[in-house]
Design a protein around this ligand. Structure first.
Ligand code: HEM
Length: 510
């Protein structure tokens, strides 16, 4: 009988730094992806860095994602990591202000609102909003002029942010919110958004004016939703069409208790914040790549003509949701933009009881193992795997056609990520077994995986299709760099896109 010696336990290596409290905050904050890649070269896939006094253990690669995103509830907590940022913005009793099992119930309620029937109704609404925007917004002055040869330009991120909130409010958020956008709602939204920044995450209790504005805006916004729910209940307002508020008003918890008006209000704020920046930046990066590579714009246009053209150039029939979902070029272009520019570069959990790192991910030696102690944070960055040259050919190159390669790396990575049955898939350098262990995870994985993915594809797809039908796009000076100083990875300025109306408008020929 041989005695099996337990593995010795040690802490993951700490990234070298000069100043104790600041640690690696500056390098991480300026360019997290580059920082992670450099650390990986020196320390391997698992290492700890100091972020303004916090100890953050990074676990890279698909196995690292599996460790963090597939972590046990008793060991890792999302609410402990995020609540100080999100609760002042979303409000009490929802998302990370409640135990995980309550969040899981709330996510189910939201799924009811994200129904096929609602999605079918949304496509036309989005087309309509985008068309009105192009016809009326001052950024599209040239679009509204007679001289079709005139090129104009617009700030990609500003325009997409505007279109995203208009379309999200027209669809998910409901008519009252859409109408409020022209009035006080927009200002409240901006103030609330000013409280959803990396500074708020790092320093939750600063006596700053923006924090005061955030709290005031939250209260006003919460009251606005409660008021509109009451009006709907009493029949004073009859705006319910296919929106999320209508769906949430029908839901109750397992114990039979209905969602309160405040809970509905706060879930609506959470959805607004969760969807706005993620979808608007994804739309922006997609449009920038289309403008950078005119052949991509032409492939998208051709797809529109082939599927929805009426035979008269420049005229299209409306899309149905089913048709929109089945457009391979549009789908691949968005998927590729999400691969290179996933909006969320760091997914965090707080360690609530010591957690050993699986030796297959990283171990100091064959007889010992790393342990991440209680009180640390763990961090997964799917963004790193999504551009890993060991997985993807020409990993930084925007090439939507990689998604058409039959069972190529991209297809396999996607299958694994989308697979909820836990089947094993071989994607190149090792077998992966479930969605938590995939090199493609722009919407996260596991228990906290995004529920907005289908809506995001619908919204971004309908926006891009409507723009591509009407405009030719060009980018001068190449793709903008990433700005990591915002909560969500945005493009740095300048990020203007040049555009011109498609030529058939002139005299019937392109
Ligand atoms: C969670 C990305 C759009 C609602 C997540 C997570 C990611 C993500 C990475 C996981 C976070 C974590 O594990 O800590 C994205 C991207 C989007 C998008 C890339 C668009 C391109 C949306 C939209 C909605 C939404 C439109 C709402 C309609 C949520 C919710 C969660 C979530 C409720 C769950 C949070 C949890 O369970 O902890 N999203 N999201 N997202 N997202 Fe999205």
């Amino acid at each position: 009988w041989q005695l099996i010696k337990p593995r010795e336990r040690s802490l993951p290596p700490v990234v070298f730094h000069w100043f104790p409290f600041i640690g690696s905050s500056i390098s991480y904050g300026n360019d997290p992806i580059n920082f992670f890649l450099k650390c990986r070269e020196k320390y391997g896939d698992v290492f700890t860095f100091i972020l303004f006094g916090r100890r953050v253990t990074v676990a890279l690669g698909p196995k690292g994602s599996n460790f963090v995103l597939g972590g046990k509830l008793a060991q890792m907590s999302a609410e402990e990591a995020y609540t100080h940022l999100t609760t002042p913005v979303f409000g009490k009793d929802v998302v990370y202000d409640v135990p995980n099992e309550v969040l899981m119930e709330q996510k189910k309620f939201v799924k009811v609102g994200l129904s096929l029937e609602n999605f079918r109704a949304y496509v036309g609404m989005i087309e309509n909003e985008v068309t009105t925007f192009l016809n009326t917004d001052s950024a599209f002055r040239t679009f509204q002029m007679d001289d079709i040869n005139e090129w104009g330009s617009f700030h990609s991120f500003r325009v997409l942010a505007e279109i995203t909130i208009l379309t999200a409010s027209r669809t998910l958020q409901g008519k009252e919110v859409r109408n409020g956008l022209d009035k006080t709602f927009a200002q409240r939204y901006n103030d609330l958004d000013g409280g959803f920044t990396p500074i708020n995450f790092l320093f939750p209790n600063l006596p700053l004016e923006s924090y005061r504005k955030r709290d005031k805006a939250h209260q006003a916004m919460s009251d606005f939703y409660v008021d509109l729910i009451r009006k709907r209940k009493t029949g004073e307002s009859n705006e319910a069409e296919h929106d999320m508020i209508a769906a949430l008003m029908q839901q109750s918890y397992k114990n039979g208790r209905e969602l309160s008006e405040r809970e509905i209000a706060h879930i609506m704020i959470a959805l607004l914040m969760a969807g706005q920046h993620t979808s608007s930046t994804t739309g922006t990066w997609t449009l920038l790549h289309i403008a950078d590579k005119p052949e991509v714009g032409e492939a998208l246009y051709k797809e529109q003509v082939e599927n929805f053209g009426t035979g008269i150039e420049g005229e299209f029939r409306p899309m149905t949701y089913e048709e929109l979902k089945a457009l391979p070029v549009l789908d691949a272009v968005i998927r590729e933009a999400l691969r290179i520019h996933p909006p969320i570069h760091s997914i965090m959990r707080k360690v609530i009881s010591d957690v050993p790192v699986p030796p297959s991910l990283s171990a100091p030696s064959k007889d010992s193992t790393f342990v991440v102690p209680k009180g640390y944070f763990v961090l997964s960055s799917p963004a790193v795997s999504q551009v890993d040259p060991r997985v993807w050919r020409d990993s930084l190159e925007f090439d939507h056609t990689r998604w058409f390669e039959d069972d190529g790396v991209a297809q396999q990575a996607y299958k694994t990520y989308a697979d909820e049955n836990g089947e094993k898939v071989d994607y190149g350098f090792g077998a992966i077994s479930k969605g938590t262990e995939s090199p493609y995870q722009p919407f996260g994985a596991g228990r906290h995986r995004c529920i907005g993915e289908q809506f995001a594809y619908l919204q971004i797809g309908a926006i891009i299709a409507t723009i591509v039908r009407k405009l030719e796009l060009r980018l001068e000076g190449g793709m903008p760099a990433h700005n990591y100083h915002t909560m969500i990875t945005t493009p740095k300025d300048p990020c203007d896109i040049r555009y011109r109306r498609r030529h058939f408008d002139l005299n019937g020929s392109t």
